[in-house]
Design a protein around this ligand. Sequence first.
Ligand code: 3H9
Length: 697
Amino acid sequence: MSDVVTLERQGAVAVITVNNPPVNALGIAVRLGLQSSFQAAEADPEVKAIVLVCEGNTFIAGADIKEFGKPPQAPGLPEVVNDIEAGSKPSVAVIHGTALGGGLEVALSCHYRIARKDAKVGLPEVKLGLLPGAGGTQRLPRVVGVEKALDMIVSGAPISATEANELGVVDSLFEGELLAAGLKFAEQLIAEGRGPRRTGERIDKLEGIDNAALVAAKRAEIEKKAPGLFSPKRCISAVEASFTLPLEQGLERERELFGECLTSPQRAALVHAFFTERLASKVDGLAKDTPVRDIKTAGVIGGGTMGVGIAMCFANAGIPVKILEISDSARDQAMQRARDTYGMSVKRGSLTEAALEKRLALISGVTDYADLADVDLVIEAVFEDMGVKQKVFEALDTHCKPGAILASNTSSLDLNQIAAFTKRPGDVVGLHFFSPANVMRLLEVVRGEKTSDDVLATAMAIGKKLKKVAVPVGVCDGFVGNRMVFQYGREAEFLLEEGATPEQVDGALRKFGMAMGALAMRDLSGLDIGLAIRNRQRETLTAEFKLPTVTDKLAAAGMLGQKTGKGFYLYEKGSRTPQPNPELPAILDAASKEQGTERRELSDEYIIERTIYALINEGAKILEEGIAQRASDIDVIYINGYGFPAYQGGPMFYADAVGLDTVYARIREFHEQLGAWWKPAPLLEKLAKEGRKFADL
Ligand code: 3H9
C-alpha cells in the first residue's frame, strides 16, 4: 500500500482513501495505489463492496498535469480505470469538491457514484488542449447521451452535483460526512444484493437517436467558433467513436486521439497557461507568512464605467463598497449604472433578480470623503490627470483611517508620485483593473517603491477574493500590459500606412488567435484615447521615432470609433459589427503619402511578425528592467487582459516556441529597415546568442 492511497476494511466494505494534496491528482503513486488497493479488495473474500473516497478539499481533480510531456510510467490511467470497472464487487465513488478530468473518469469506472450537494463534476481536458483520455469520451456518452456528453467534453465546463444527479452521472446526493455517506450507500448495495453496474456495458443512452447529426452539428459549431483549436475537433471524433465502435475499439480510438493532443504544441501552451496563472500569484521576495490586512469594507472614488465596474467586483465578492462622487446627481447616476449593468446580466439569464438586489444592497453612493473614514481599502478611479489624482490622494490621506490601503487604478501615471501625495506611501498600491472591470479577469497589482510588504500581500489576496488573476508589476509608463500594447498598436497602424487594410491586419491577428483585432480594439476604446499622449510624444521624441498619423487623422475628422459609428471601421447604428469604412482608403492614401511610404501587398505572416514581435521585444525590455517578475507573468497578463490566445501560451512563450534566434534575427532586420522603435532588447539579444529561452530565466 502507498502513502497516498490507503485501504482499510469496515465490516464487509473496503474503504479506499486517496490523500494526495493539494487536489488528489492522479500521479504515478496514486495510480499504483489505486491499482493495488482495488486488487487487494477484489482478492479479499470478506469484502462485498468497495468505497472510494478522498481526503482534503476535493475528490480527484484529474491526471497530474505536471507529468504531461514526461516519459509515461505504468500503469497508465486507462489501465487503472478499466481494471476498476472490470471488478466483480460493486464499487462506489464518493464525490466532494471537484471530480474533474481523470477524477471523473475514475468515478465513471466505479459502478456507482454519490456526490455531496456542493460538488461539481466535469471533463475540462479540452481547456488544456487535451481530451479525456481514460475512457471519459466513451463512458460519459453511455451515461448522459451523446448530445450532453459533447457539450460537456467540448466546452470543458463542469456541472453541479444537482445537474449530475438529474442526468444520472451520480446516483444520489448527500450532505455531511463523506465516509458515512459512502458506507451507508455501500451497505445498502450489499443488503439489496446489487452487484457491479458497468458503464462500459451500457448502450441504452446511445440508441434511438441520430447521433451522427449531433456530431455533425457540433463540428460545424466548432469550425465556426474556434477553427484554430486543435483539441475540440479531436474531442468530437472521440465521442463519435462511442456510438460507431464497440467499447474496446472506442477506447483505442480515444487513446490515439489523446496521443495526438498530448504532443500538440497547443497542449504545451495551454498547460503553460494553467501553471503560470497560478505562479503569477507568488511574489518574489515576499515571505509566505507576510501578514494580510483584513478587508471588510471598500470605497471607490469615481462612479464612471470603471469605478462602478470595480465597485461591482467587491459587491460580487460580498464586500460592502461605497462609491464616492462629486455631487448627488453624479452619485445617483453611478448607482443607476450599477443597476443597469446588473440588469443586463438578469436579462441574459446569468443573474437572478434576487441576486441583483442582494448585490446592489452592498453598494452605496456617497459624496463626502468623511464617509470613507471607516473603509479598509479605497480605490481611486478618476480622470487620468496627476493634478486630479493629487487632490484625491490628499483628501484620502486626511480622511481615511490609519491602516487603510489607498489604491490607484491609474493605467499610466507614476504611482510613486501619487504615493508621495500622502504621508503614508507604504499604504499606497496600484490596482489596475481592465475594462469592463466587472468582467475582465486581469488585475495588475502595481508595487510602488515604498509599498509595504503587507499592503502588497493584501492587494494580491484581495485580487484572488475578487476572482481576478492578480499579477504584480513595477512602476513604469503603462506598466506591463499597456506599455507593450502601445508598441503593438503602433505597428498595426504603420501596417495600414504601408498598404494593408484594417480587415487584413485584424484578420491576420484573429487567425493567429487574438480575441479581437488590434484596430477593432482601438475603435472600441475610442480613437481620441491617447491623443494627448501622442501629441506629447511628437514633441519629445527624437526624429528617428516616427509615429503613424492615421489614427489622428481619423480622430480629427470626428471618426472616433464605435462611439461615433465610424473609425477604422463603420458601425451601423446600434451594431458593434465592423464593416468597411468607405472614407478610410482616402485617409490611408494621404497618410501613406505623408509618411513617404509606397503602399504594397503585405502577407499575414508579415503582419503577425510586425505586431507580435513588437510585443515580444518590449516584453524583453520590461523583464530586464524587473517591471515583470517573470516572462510567464507577461504571458498571464496578455492572455487574461488582452485576448492573446492561451493556446499560443502568451507572447513570451510564443517567442520561445518560434525560437529566440529567429525572433531576434527578424527584429534586427526590422531595426535596419524600420528604425529606432525596433532596437532589439539587450536581453533578447543575449538569450538568442546563448541559445536560451525566456523560460530558462
Ligand atoms: C486529465 O485528467 C487527463 C485525463 O483525462 C487522461 C489521462 C490519461 N495536476 O487551482 P488551484 C495544483 S487532465 C497537478 O490554485 P483551486 C495547482 O497547480 C486534468 N497539479 O486551486 C496549484 O498548485 P500550487 C484535468 C494540479 O482550489 C494547486 O494544485 N483536470 C492539478 O482554486 C491548487 O490549485 C483539470 O484540468 C493537476 N491536475 O482550484 C483540473 N490541479 O499551489 C485542473 C491543480 O503549487 N485544476 N493543481 O500553485 C483545477 O481546475 C483547479 O486546480 C481546481 C482547484 C478546481 C481543482
